[in-house]
Each structure stands twice: as C-alpha cells, then as structure tokens.
Design a protein around this ligand. Structure first.
Ligand code: SAM
Length: 191
C-alpha cells in the first residue's frame, strides 16, 4: 500500500463523508457529472435497485461519463441529462432524493471557460434543497483558488449558512494555511 495522501482530495473526501447516507435502492443525483467519477461512485452505492440521475451541460462530459459507466457495467443504474442542474426540480419528486453531489468548476482537460457559474449554481442548490428528503445529504466541492470560483464559493458558503434557519445542519471541510485559497467541501443534512 502507498503513502496515504494528505490532505485527502476534496472530491474523495466528499464521497467518504456521504457514503454512509446512501442505501440500496436510493434515488441520488450527480449534478455535475464531468468525467463520471462521482456518477460511478453513486451507482456503486445505490445498488441494482437504485437510480442515479446525472447532469452536465457539456456533451463531451456526458459522453465521457457514459463511457465510464458502460465500462463498469453499471450504466443501467444511471439516467443522463444533457442539461443544467437548475432543471433538477423538473426531474424528481420533491423530498425524494437521498443525496445530491455538486463538484463545481470546470472539466479537467477541457475548456476552462465551460465552468459552473454562481447564479446558476445557486438556482440549482435551491432546486436541490427541495428535492432532498429528510435525512438526506447535499454536498458541494468548491474551488475558490481560481478567478471564476472565488465569488461562487463565497456565495455557496453563504447559501449553506442560511439553510440552518430552514432546518438544515451544515459543515465545512478544507485545508488551512495554503498560498492560494484551497478547495473545500460543504455538506448539508436536511433534518
Ligand atoms: N464530478 C466530475 C467528475 O467526477 O469527473 C467533475 C465535474 S467538473 C469539476 C464540473 C462540471 O460541471 C463540468 O463538466 C461542467 O461542464 C459542469 N457544469 C457547468 N455548468 C453546469 C450546469 N449549469 N449544470 C450542470 N453541469 C454543469
């Protein structure tokens, strides 16, 4: 076994933090499927009777995620939507989803201009918060270390804090003392 990574990658940390909240048969959402790593993780967690809804606005991301899921033999657990995560609310019943994951920013290796945007992200988070059931989890990996990500990260963190007044418990996980603002993970539990 190799050396453990420190700090753990925020995307992997998010997966480990939400894993205990996903059960066989659950409906879950990957709001930014990108290359499909979180989609695959979610498909493994929900089992054969569960369902993953995966969103992305880029055709290349949907194709890449589909290829990964087909290779793993779990594609039949996933429905892909080539549309914005702001449309989540039209795709699921209110209070029906166990977990929704967002990994903000741009697709590694693709056009960096095709990034998530604060306004759209906040619209999608409002939709996500209505879609999650009691005891369900919302997770967002934020990237304040690049120009487009700093305002978005601040806005998302403010939005999470405001949810405490609406019956949510929220938490933030990240690294301290870095030269550039480090990525962090926000988690919300709907009570
Ligand atoms: N979770 C992915 C993975 O495991 O490979 C990486 C996601 S990447 C950091 C962010 C993704 O968000 C990009 O693929 C981008 O196209 C997508 N995106 C940007 N705006 C979006 C929107 N409004 N709705 C859905 N996806 C969006």
């Amino acid at each position: 076994m190799g050396e453990p990574q420190f700090p753990p990658r925020p995307t992997l940390l998010a997966q480990e933090l939400i894993r205990p909240f996903i059960h066989e048969g659950d409906i879950v959402i990957d709001a930014t499927c990108g290359n499909g790593h979180d989609t695959l993780f979610l498909a493994e967690c929900v089992g054969a009777s569960g369902k993953v809804l995966a969103f992305d606005v880029q055709e290349i991301a949907i194709a890449s995620s589909k290829a990964m899921l087909e290779e793993s033999g779990l594609a039949d657990r996933v429905e892909f939507f080539h549309e914005s995560h702001a449309r989540i609310i039209g795709r699921v019943e209110a209070a029906s989803v166990a977990v929704i994951m967002f990994n903000l920013g741009y697709l590694p290796g693709a056009n960096k201009d095709e990034t998530t945007h604060a306004d759209e992200t906040l619209t999608a988070l409002a939709a996500a918060s209505v879609s999650i059931k009691a005891g369900g989890i919302l997770s967002v990996v934020c990237y304040p270390g690049h120009d487009a990500g700093v305002g978005e990260s601040e806005g998302v963190e403010r939005w999470f804090k405001a949810q405490t007044g609406a019956g949510w418990r929220v938490a933030k996980y990240g690294m301290l003392g870095t030269q550039r603002l480090a990525p962090f993970v926000l988690l919300g539990l709907r009570k």
